[in-house]
Design a protein around this ligand. Structure first.
Ligand code: 4AD
Ligand code: MG
Length: 463
């Protein structure tokens, strides 16, 4: 007799089979002659119903102590269930309680709790239906991502978390230091003397693994990163985290078209695979969180993404029959309201916007012949806005150097990046997918803080 995952028993368990399950009590229903206990081990939304009968040793005491949240091991025999909605249940022959949960103080009682409240108990919230479903879907997304790239021969490369460059140039960096903050060493001109710091220079938590991924792509052709990234953006929105996970493929001998094609195939694969792996969880999101998630997923899988240039997007926004909070004009960055209008209302599907003005994009993007726009691409999704940001990279040494100087970036710090253009440079391209944004998109969860187990955002780093 071995311990079995509840999801497997629910799918394939047979009457008369003897099994042991372990998990946490979700609900207890006491009847006159027996007691029902639903046990959940996190492997599926639905738990296994166990029946406890008075012939069990210490029956009355067990029933008293088996409250919501208690941890148990139950052995018994599977029987066909007469109840609606479940195929089998467990006739219990032995019950061990590992830890009780006091019903007076255990915060997860049967009623519905707000997501805001659940965030304050992030150490317990994964035991709820919704967060349980979110983290199973998150896991399925991660597996689908690796599968997609591994099947295509991309090498998973591990780029550093501590970095000395600001890839995106947005200055949203967390400094990593061991300097004594009460007694910070200063240079003669009163600047902080980072030469005395741990790394002998100023270091940060990375905002993106892209520049290092480019190095690796110049040796392995096709690579991807999948890791945590950090941004000290003081934005308290439902789409921003200070610590989030990003997937960044980088491809040598690839242009923007190839980049867009890969990104589109990639998103389609993730959605398809999660629908296959987590049908019950996705059904739950459709019923309880957002009744459009299944239709949206089908739409993503089955229809080609729209592709327009930034200049065309601006023209469409200027024609829109509505007043936007932020102004629209050529040269200004698209705000979330603009992105959502385009994807959600106008096209009603993901849309790829290309060729943004150079002035609002990062230094590494390839300059177009017009000298004004760069080979950038953002994928905008209904409800979320930007979900992917990418570009073809500037592979021409002289053009890149000019751009770095124009922007006043520290050329000496980027010597190795420029070397890639000196030695065997090739056209190359890549993009970054915000992992939490794709999980949000998939599940319909409105707040990004509810799709990562322990969210970090301004004024919050608990758990
Ligand atoms: O558009 P971003 O800033 O692009 C880059 O970092 C490039 N280096 C990617 C590349 O070309 N390799 O970020 C990429 C994606 C965004 O589209 C968004 O989905 C997500 O990362 N993202 C965030 N997600 C959650 N919280 C934040 N604060 C985010 N900032 C960006
Ligand atoms: Mg971006």
């Amino acid at each position: 007799m071995s311990t079995r995952r509840i999801v497997d028993l629910l799918r394939t368990g047979q009457p008369n089979q003897t099994v042991t399950v372990q998990g946490w009590v979700r609900t207890k229903r006491e009847q006159k002659e027996f007691c029902f206990v639903e046990v959940n081990d996190g492997s599926s939304m639905v738990g296994l119903q166990a029946i406890l009968t008075p012939d069990l040793p210490n029956y009355a005491d067990l029933v008293k102590r088996l409250n919501t949240g208690a941890s148990v091991e139950i052995s018994g025999t599977l029987v066909e269930s007469p109840a609606k909605g479940q195929r089998i249940e467990l006739r219990s022959t032995a019950v061990t309680i590992y830890g009780e949960a006091d019903p007076e103080t255990y915060p997860l009682q049967k009623k519905r709790h707000s997501f805001e409240f659940l965030r304050t108990i992030a150490h317990l919230r994964s035991r709820t239906n919704t967060l349980g479903a979110v983290f199973r879907v998150r896991n399925a997304c991660a597996a689908a991502i690796h599968q997609f790239f591994q099947e295509r021969g991309f090498l998973w490369v591990h780029t550093p978390i501590i970095s000395a460059n600001d890839c995106e140039g947005a200055g949203e960096l967390f400094t990593v230091t061991t300097l004594d903050l009460k007694n910070v060493p200063r240079t003669d001109d009163q600047e902080i003397d980072y030469s005395q710091d741990f790394f002998g220079r100023r270091a940060f938590l990375t905002v993106s693994g892209q520049l290092e991924a480019e190095i690796m792509a110049m040796a392995f052709t096709n690579v991807y990163t999948f890791g945590p990234t950090f941004r000290a953006e003081d934005s308290n929105t439902s789409r921003h985290l200070a610590e989030f996970w990003m997937i960044e493929p980088e491809m040598a001998f690839c242009d923007l078209e190839g980049n867009m094609d890969l990104a589109e195939a990639f998103l389609k694969h993730i959605f398809k695979s999660v629908l296959e792996q987590c049908p019950e969880d996705m059904e739950f999101f459709n019923q309880r969180i957002d009744n459009s998630v299944l239709a949206t997923a089908e739409n993503i899988i089955n229809s080609a993404f729209e592709r327009i240039t930034y200049t065309e997007a601006i023209a469409l926004l200027e024609k829109a029959d509505r007043a936007f909070e932020f102004p629209v004009s050529w040269g200004l960055d698209l705000q979330s309201e603009h992105e959502r209008y385009l994807a959600e209302e106008l096209f009603k599907k993901p849309l790829i916007v290309t060729d943004y003005p150079a002035a609002i994009k990062a230094f590494y993007m390839r300059m177009n012949d017009d000298g004004k726009t760069v080979r950038a691409m953002d994928i905008l999704a209904p409800k979320i806005g930007e979900i992917v940001g990418g570009s073809q990279r500037e592979e021409r040494l002289d053009v890149l150097q000019r751009r770095i100087r124009e922007l006043g970036l520290p050329e000496e710090d980027l010597w190795w990046y420029l070397d890639l253009r000196r030695f065997g440079t090739v056209p190359h391209a890549g993009f970054g997918l915000g992992f939490e944004r794709v999980v949000q998109f998939m599940t319909g969860m409105t707040n990004i803080r509810d799709v990562i187990p322990f969210p970090r955002f301004p004024l919050s780093a608990e758990f």
